[in-house]
Design a protein around this ligand. Structure first.
Ligand SMILES: Cc1cc2nc3c(=O)[nH]c(=O)nc-3n(C[C@H](O)[C@H](O)[C@H](O)COP(=O)(O)O)c2cc1C
Ligand code: SF4
Length: 494
């Protein structure tokens, strides 16, 4: 588990930005209309991908702060705005938005109305829907040995062998727990298996291939219905479409991963790994109907040892397009497997290792640098989809924050839409400024991930470029720490 900072030492300056005149922008592909699925027409190719801002209630409801967050993006009138990862289950999951029950509909409707209103109807709004498995905090070792460790025959055998003392094979459980709690690291390593060591050092984490757990074994029976209902609610709330979250560290990405060794027909070969994602897509489609936009966000590369690579992603992309996905949004990495060890009492965060770096690359990088770093994945997937005869649009993102980079991607046919998450957080008006020929006014993202650091601590996400500006202006909503404003200062459009 190597931290990125140990590997990457090249400091990249922001690429020089040449901004187009309003006339040039009017002719640009970036500002030409697009189409998604049968019904969604977009007025440009500009896209704000999902970002979790930690503004929902602890019960997953839309708050005034959630509305404020999306209102501010909507004022910049991106062609497409994707609402953050929103949980499909009706379970407690902290301040993450939820869509797992009809009681969430009124708040979600208000969110849709807010974006329509603030964007003057120019922004198409999708919602990303997610499932995830249990991830527990890293425990105090005493607590782990006293309560969480499972003492079974295998563990007893290993303890007996490591201490050359057969008494441990049938010693009272409490004695075994006490012995291990007092043991040095060498003995702990000899006695705990890999998953137990991980639970001790990182916190317990479920895998989709833990089929000995009944609720994990049942995922293929349960998830299509849950995603389908989430899709139905997205449509009823008035969203223009739903985005199935098949990326990063979560359930569906893990089904797609080469690491998935389930032996029940849902793991192993590519055909089996893509089976549940296709079944979920089919269930959602059946529930929302042929006209409703259903997109998929998934990984062009897992960026972990033994994980899926671009060849898998290309193969999956052709299957998704063939099965009627209305767009494919390509991300990269963001996995738990290579994440840094969390502090005691904290949960492992999937954006701290190399795969996390690739998901949200910063200016401290390798020679390639962060800018447009993930475009080749989207280009490879798009090429294969087109060769297979599908016109499914492909969205790319990752370090794109200038007009030339965005326009170049489109002109070279590497993607059909250009996503900018952090640049849009830094300046929610940036696409609009560029369209108006006012690119010189863009507040440029520095790609140093202050925002991601807040996300990691589950603190309300803001941007360092504006969160201390004008704090005492009347009516400025502040973060719960009282020190930061929650959204970018307004821009009086000239
Ligand atoms: C604070 C924050 C929260 C994010 N939350 C999500 C999310 O909910 N779902 C998702 O698919 N990606 C999420 N991402 C990843 C972004 O959508 C995007 O893929 C990534 O930041 C790279 O694009 P960029 O270089 O334009 O920022 C998040 C990124 C940030 C910075
Ligand atoms: S905090 Fe930093 S990386 Fe995040 S949006 Fe602002 S400038 Fe960009």
């Amino acid at each position: 588990m190597t931290a990125v900072a140990e590997r990457f030492t090249v400091h990249h300056a922001l690429p020089p930005a040449r901004w187009p005149t309003a006339e040039e922008a009017a002719r640009a592909m970036l500002f030409s209309p697009g189409r998604i699925g049968r019904r969604v027409v977009t007025e440009a190719r500009t896209w704000v991908p999902a970002m979790v801002p930690w503004r929902a209630t602890d019960d997953g409801f839309v708050t005034p702060e959630v509305l404020g967050w999306y209102a501010r993006f909507a004022e910049g009138q991106p062609a497409v705005l994707v609402v953050e990862a929103t949980g499909i289950r009706d379970i407690q999951s902290g301040p993450l938005l939820r869509i797992g029950d009809d009681r969430f509909l009124p708040g979600l409707r208000r969110l849709v109305e807010t974006v329509r209103d603030k964007s003057a109807g120019r922004t198409r709004l999708f919602i990303q829907v997610i499932d995830f498995l249990a991830v527990r905090r890293r425990p105090e070792p005493e607590k782990y040995f006293a309560r969480f460790l499972e003492v079974d025959a295998a563990l007893r055998r290993r303890l007996a062998a490591a201490t050359a003392d057969d008494r441990w094979r049938d010693a009272p459980e409490a004695e075994i727990r006490a012995r291990l709690a007092a043991a040095d690291r060498t003995l702990v390593e000899a006695v705990l298996d890999a998953r137990q060591r991980e639970a001790l050092d990182y916190g317990y984490r479920e895998r989709v291939w833990d089929t000995h757990l009944p609720h994990v074994r049942e995922l293929p029976r349960i998830l299509p219905g849950l995603f389908a209902e989430a899709g139905r609610r997205a449509r009823e709330a008035g969203f223009d479409g739903v985005e199935l979250h098949y990326a990063h560290a979560y359930t569906m990405a893990s089904f797609l991963s080469r690491l998935n060794t389930r032996d029940d027909g849902y793991g192993g070969s590519r055909e089996h790994r893509v089976r549940l994602p296709l079944e979920v897509l089919a269930a959602v489609r059946a529930r929302v109907g042929p006209d409703y936009a259903v997109g998929i966000r998934y990984l062009g590369d897992d960026v972990i040892e033994g994980g899926s690579r671009v060849e898998d992603a290309v193969w999956f992309g052709v299957r998704f397009a063939g099965a009627g996905a209305d767009y494919l949004s390509i991300s990269k990495g963001g996995r738990f497997e290579d994440a840094r060890q969390p502090k005691l009492g904290e949960a492992v965060y999937p954006y701290t290792g190399r795969s996390g770096y690739e998901c949200m690359p910063t200016v401290i990088s390798d020679a390639r640098g962060p800018f447009g770093r993930n475009v080749p994945l989207a280009a490879a997937i798009r090429g294969a989809i087109r060769d297979a005869g599908h016109d499914t649009p492909v969205v790319t993102s990752g370090g794109i924050g200038t007009f030339d980079l965005a326009e170049g991607v489109l002109r070279r046919g590497e993607a059909d839409f250009v996503g900018a998450a952090r640049q849009s957080l830094a300046d929610p008006d940036w696409f609009r400024k560029v369209r108006l020929g006012l690119g010189h006014l863009v507040r440029r993202c520095e790609y140093t991930n202050y925002c991601e650091g807040l996300d990691q601590r589950h603190k309300q996400v803001t941007c360092k470029l504006w969160d201390r500006v004008g704090l005492d202006a009347p009516g400025v909503p502040l973060a719960s720490d009282g020190k930061r404003r929650l959204s970018a200062p307004g821009w009086p459009v000239p």
